[in-house]
Design a protein. Sequence first.
Length: 448
Amino acid sequence: MRAHFVKSSLTILLFSLIASAQAPPADLDAWVSRSMKEFEVPGISVAIVKDGKVVSAKGYGVRKLGVRTPVDEHTLFGIGSNTKAFTTAALATLVDDGKLSWDDPVYQRLPGFQMYDPYVSHEMTIRDLLTHRSGMGLGEGDLLIFPHTTYTRDDIIHRLRYMKPASSFRSRYAYDNLLYIAAGQIIPAVTGKSWDDFIRQRIFAPLEMNATNLSNAAFKPGENYAFPHSRLDGKLQVVEFGNLDNAAPAGAINSSAADMAKWMILQLGRGRLSNRDQRLFSEKQSREMWSPQTILPTGEPSPSLLALRTNFSAYGLGWGLRDYHGRKLVGHTGGVTGFVSRVMLVPEENLGIVILTNAEEGGAFDSILYHVIDAYLGLPATDWIAAFKAAKEHEERAAAEVEKRQNTFRAADSKPSLPLEKYAGVYADAWYGTATIRAGDGKLVLSC
């Protein structure tokens, strides 16, 4: 009888330890609330998945400043560049289907594709489109998509040929969006279906991501979506949604914590659909997407974030890769007008975290992220909110010093060499198109 009692006690203890390992941090609600207050974020939604299950999905704060409608786990946020992993996954399904290879030359799959350098035009592969190593400069050509333009995806791809490289091909990492648009356009070229329809049918539908959409133009008044917020003239305020339809494969998805939890479970399951003996993509393609493709400089974090110093940093196919306390992290950030987000997977722990916010404060999502990861890894507590707040202040001081130093090089009495009206006219740029400058009321107005 005593042996039975001991056995039962051990069983209860074991299940208690398992439950404890799966549960989110006990202070998560208070931690998120403090982070929102410190970084002035109106609304946040967080989901945590562990061992194939959703252990937490919850919203905090409000969807819109001045309106008391609360955020919940189903509230939609712009996820920005976290869209890139969806585009990569869509291409992975086509690799599995034998319809293309990661190393196919782009010009063979996307007729008319051309870069500035003929050699690059011939040698660039689908893999190169996804790994930020084309030789283009950081953010090159983003004015074609932001602020919103009427250029189509094909118009944007056509203009790549006019953009002079900033470095040699495959020699340096420089984040870009335009080549993800090109990657997305490979899908209709190969399948006859638009990127949008393919994502809906091959990813959203099997995962039952029923609330997620591909354009904020789909929002209707009264629906459950967050509004974008930016700091203008030092004050946080509601701003207009940024339309990214022409750049959709690079950053247009709107999703919720509840739906993104399904996406993370798929990713941690290496492409296997939850509770079904079916796959969205193979384990082989999962390994390929999570393998280093472009090496990133590790750099040195701000003084308050030295605990985040990494041993390696790289970009895979639609995912960023780095290490933290001996574990590989697979993740990405996203940023569009008024929204920033973070998705992070810890494959060795079968752990995934998504944080969606309706303000442009990366410190808010990162301070929550590392608090959650530390809890699951059993690490000593760190005040990440204070650490990221200090890092933000350090960066602002450094930026102010640079601005002050630059201003010393400017002549205080400088003025235009010609009367303002002489600058009026129509200007043309090979990749951007035309821009008009008009003079009136003692000032110049630019319209594009």
